[in-house]
Write a protein that binds this ligand. Structure first.
Ligand code: SAH
Length: 543
C-alpha cells in the first residue's frame, strides 16, 4: 500500500475511461489527472487504498510531446472537459485505443487497431448546454459544475459551445440579477431558477431556451424576452417545471412562453423537430459522419425490412428509409415517438413506422407478429442491450446487426454475447463526437458470415436456449475486465462471488467457496474493490 502524501517518481502508461493517466507503483494502480501517457512525473499520493491510489503531479520530469498549454482558462477547475492539456492527436489516439482494448479484453477480439473519425474542430461544436445557476458573492451566475461537486465554476466563454449559446446564458443572468429573480438552493430547496438549458440547431441556427424552474411562472417575462430577442436565432422560450429534489435537470411539465416550444434542424438532409426532451446528438457534423458510417455498414437494399432499436426522434431510422423497403423504429419515450412520427410526415417518408416501448419487449412482440428484419440497427444508452434485446436479435437472425454505442465497455460485453449466438465482428470504427471530453462513440458491424440468414431460419424455443449467462448476468471475466478498465483494479473470482452474495445474487457452484476449506481464513474483499465490483454489477444490470 502506498503512503498518503508521499512523493513517488513514475511513468504514465495508460488512461482510465474518464481520461485520467494511470501509472503503476509497487503493484498499485495510481490514477493521476492531467497526465499524458509516456510522461515521467513526480506524484504526491492523495488517497491510498490497498491496490489503488490517486495522486497529483507535483513535478513534470519528462513532458509528452503531446502536452499543450490549456486554451480554456477554467479547464483545470471545470468538470465539463477532460483533455485541454493535450493535443487532439493524442486525444483521438487514446479514444480509439480505449475502444480497441474493450473489444479485445471484454469482447474477446484480437484487434490491433481501431480507426477513429476525428472531428475537424474542437471548438463550438456542442449544440446543447445545460448551465446550472448559482448565487455567489451577492449575484446570480451560471457555468458548469466543478468535477465531482455541485460548485458552479463560472466561465465567460465556453470554447466547445457556439458563441450564441453563451450569449443566451448572459442574457438570462443579466435579467435575473436586474430583477432579483431568486436562484434555486439545493440545501433549502427554495428559490426559482435551477438551470438554463439552450439548444441550437447547427444548420438552422434556431435557438430553444428552456429555463428549469422550481415553480410555474417567471417574473417580468417580457424583460427576459426583450434580452433574448437580441440573440441571433432565438426562436422559442419554454419553462420546465421541476419542483423535485434531486439531480434530474428537466422536470416533467413544459410551459411554452414564446414561439412554438420546439426548434427545427436539418440532419443527413432531413428536417427534425426538436423539443427540450428529444435526444439529439450534440455534435451535428460528427453525428452525420457516424450515422453515414453506420448506414453504409448496414448495406441496405430496397427489399429490406430494417429495424432501428432505441431510435429516439427517428434520426437514423429516417436516414435509412430511402434505401430500404420498410423501416421500423422502437423507442421508449412517448414524446420522442410522437416527434419521430411527425418527423417522418414532415419529410414525406411513408415507409417508416414507430413503436413506443422497451426495445427488447417490442422486438419480441414484433417477432411474434411475424416481422422478420433483414438488418437491425441498435443505438442503446450507456448500459447497452438488455437480455430481451439480445434474445430478440438472436431470434430475428438478421443478415447484419449494426451497433452504435456510446460506451465501449457495454458494447464489448454485448458483442461477446452476440458472438455466442453465431455473429462475428466484421468491422469496428470509433467516432469522436465529444472533442476535449472523455466520451467516445463506436459503430460495429456484426454478421453471420457466409450463412444467408434469409434462407436458413432456425426456430428457437426458450427451453432450447442457453440462458445461463442472463440468469447470472455478466460472466466473471467480463466483471474483471470491466473493473480493470474502469478502476485499474484486479479483482479475484472469490471477491466477485463475495460481493454477489452480499447483493443477494446467485453465485455459481465453482465460486461458492473459497479455495481454503475454512472460510474464516479466506480473505474478504476490501471496500474499494467491493465498490468497484458493485459498480460493475450495476453496470451489467445485475443489481
Ligand atoms: N438513435 C437515436 C437515439 C439514440 S439515444 C439518435 O441517434 O438520435 C438512445 C435512445 O434510447 C434514447 O432516445 C432513449 O430514450 C432510448 N431508450 C432508452 N432506454 C430504452 C429502452 N429500454 N427501450 C427503447 N428505447 C430506449
Amino acid at each position: 500500500m502506498l503512503t498518503k502524501n508521499q512523493i513517488y517518481e513514475t511513468v504514465i502508461t495508460d488512461y482510465t475511461a474518464e481520461g485520467q493517466g494511470i501509472a503503476h507503483i509497487e503493484g498499485c494502480a495510481v490514477f493521476i489527472p492531467n497526465a499524458i501517457a509516456g510522461e515521467k512525473v513526480r506524484v504526491r499520493i492523495e488517497k491510498a487504498a490497498k491496490s489503488w491510489a490517486s495522486g497529483k503531479i507535483v513535478e513534470l520530469l519528462e513532458k509528452s510531446p503531446h502536452r499543450r498549454s490549456r486554451e480554456c482558462p477554467v479547464a483545470k477547475l471545470c468538470g465539463g472537459c477532460d483533455f485541454w492539456h493535450m493535443d487532439y492527436e493524442e486525444e483521438t489516439r487514446l479514444k480509439a485505443d480505449r475502444v480497441r482494448q474493450c473489444l479485445n479484453r471484454i469482447g474477446g477480439e484480437a484487434l490491433e487497431k481501431v480507426p477513429i473519425l476525428a472531428a475537424p474542430t474542437c471548438r463550438g461544436y456542442r449544440n446543447k448546454a445545460q448551465y446550472p445557476v448559482a448565487f455567489k458573492n451577492g449575484r446570480a451566475c451560471a457555468g458548469f459544475f466543478r468535477a465531482g461537486t455541485h460548485d458552479v465554476v463560472e466561465n465567460e466563454r465556453c470554447l466547445i459551445l457556439p458563441v450564441e449559446t453563451d450569449r443566451v446564458k448572459d442574457a438570462v443572468i443579466d435579467y435575473v440579477n436586474q430583477f432579483h429573480v431568486s436562484v434555486y438552493d439545493e440545501q433549502t430547496h427554495r428559490g426559482l431558477l435551477r438551470h438554463i438549458y439552450v439548444r441550437r440547431g447547427a444548420e438552422s441556427g434556431q435557438i430553444l431556451v428552456c429555463l428549469v424552474v422550481n415553480g410555474r411562472e417567471l417574473p417580468k417575462p417580457d424583460a427576459l424576452l426583450g434580452r433574448l430577442k437580441q440573440v441571433p436565432g432565438f426562436t422559442t422560450l419554454v419553462l420546465s417545471v421541476n419542483t423535485k429534489k434531486g439531480n434530474a435537470v428537466l422536470g416533467d411539465e413544459f410551459i411554452t412562453l414564446y414561439g412554438p416550444g420546439y426548434i427545427e434542424d436539418t440532419l443527413c438532409g432531413l428536417v427534425f423537430r426538436l423539443s427540450p426532451r428529444s435526444f439529439y446528438q450534440v455534435n451535428h457534423h460528427q453525428a452525420q459522419r457516424l450515422y453515414r458510417a453506420a448506414i453504409s455498414q448496414a448495406e441496405i437494399t430496397k427489399n429490406d425490412t430494417v429495424l432501428d432499436l432505441y431510435c429516439g426522434v427517428g434520426t437514423i431510422t429516417l436516414a435509412m428509409a430511402g434505401a430500404a423497403g420498410r423501416v421500423i423504429g422502437v423507442e421508449v419515450i412517448p414524446q420522442a415517438v410522437e416527434d419521430a412520427r411527425d418527423n417522418a410526415r414532415r419529410n414525406g417518408i411513408e415507409n417508416a413506422e414507430f413503436f413506443c416501448g422497451d426495445a427488447g419487449q417490442a422486438a419480441l412482440q414484433l417477432e411474434k407478429e411475424g416481422v422478420r428484419p433483414d438488418v437491425v440497427l441498435v443505438d442503446p444508452p450507456r448500459k447497452g442491450l438488455n437480455a430481451d434485446t439480445i434474445e430478440a436479435l438472436s431470434r430475428f437472425a438478421p443478415r447484419r446487426i449494426v451497433y452504435v454505442s456510446c460506451d465501449p465497455a457495454t458494447l464489448a460485453r454485448d458483442v461477446a454475447l452476440l458472438k455466442e449466438r453465431g455473429y462475428r465482428l466484421q468491422n469496428a470504427q470509433a467516432a469522436d463526437l465529444f472533442p476535449r471530453c472523455a466520451h467516445v462513440e463506436t459503430v460495429v458491424l456484426l454478421s453471420k458470415g457466409e450463412i444467408d440468414s434469409k434462407n436458413i431460419r432456425v426456430e428457437f424455443s426458450l427451453e432450447d436456449m442457453d440462458m445461463s449467462e442472463f440468469q447470472d448476468g455478466a460472466t466473471y471475466p467480463q466483471i474483471k475486465a470491466y473493473v480493470l478498465e474502469h478502476t485499474g483494479l484486479k479483482v479475484s473470482s472469490l471477491y466477485i462471488s463475495q460481493v454477489k452474495r452480499n447483493c443477494g445474487l446467485e453465485v455459481g457452484k465453482n465460486y461458492n467457496l473459497p479455495k481454503s476449506e475454512d472460510s474464516r481464513q479466506a480473505p474478504t474483499c476490501p471496500p474499494e474493490k467491493e465498490n468497484a465490483i458493485r459498480e460493475a454489477l450495476q453496470y451489467f444490470g445485475m443489481i
